[in-house]
Ligand binder design. Structure first.
Ligand code: 5GP
Ligand code: ZN
Length: 113
């Protein structure tokens, strides 16, 4: 793992985060700067710089499975939610450890900014 990767350090519990749920291969925690009433980040515990770096679909399978579980546990499944994976510069990715944003609790708009 890259030593100063922020999300690797959160995954290793070296840095604090408000953890919501955990599975064997993924971790969910509240975003530090929430953009919606519910804004949870779901990361693979292993380091992949972005979606583009994943070797196969198993990484996102673990991430999406935990995102779905968190949506259910936080009570937003019925109302709906949005899952976003910003990838690369044009995608707006700022933290280079793959993560999915789970956004909920308000009406989302389209197109995204
Ligand atoms: P990106 O822009 O890469 O798609 O999303 C990165 C997200 O990580 C942002 O929503 C940002 O608020 C969040 N973030 C950045 N640093 C931290 C941190 O130290 N802890 C937590 N919980 N979230 C962070
Ligand atoms: Zn990392």
């Amino acid at each position: 793992m890259p030593e100063n990767c922020l999300f690797c350090r959160i995954a290793d519990k070296q840095l604090p985060a408000k953890i919501v749920a955990e599975s064997e291969h993924a971790l969910a925690f509240h975003d530090i700067a929430p953009q919606a009433p519910v804004h949870v980040l779901v990361i693979p515990k292993a380091h992949y710089a972005s979606l583009a770096e994943t070797p196969d679909g198993s990484v996102m399978a673990a991430v999406s499975e935990l995102a779905k579980q968190v949506a259910r546990e936080l009570g937003v499944e019925a109302a709906g939610y949005r899952v976003v994976v910003n990838t690369g510069d044009d995608g707006g990715q700022t933290v280079h450890h793959l993560h999915a944003h789970l956004l909920a609790g308000r009406q989302m708009t389209w197109p995204p900014g």
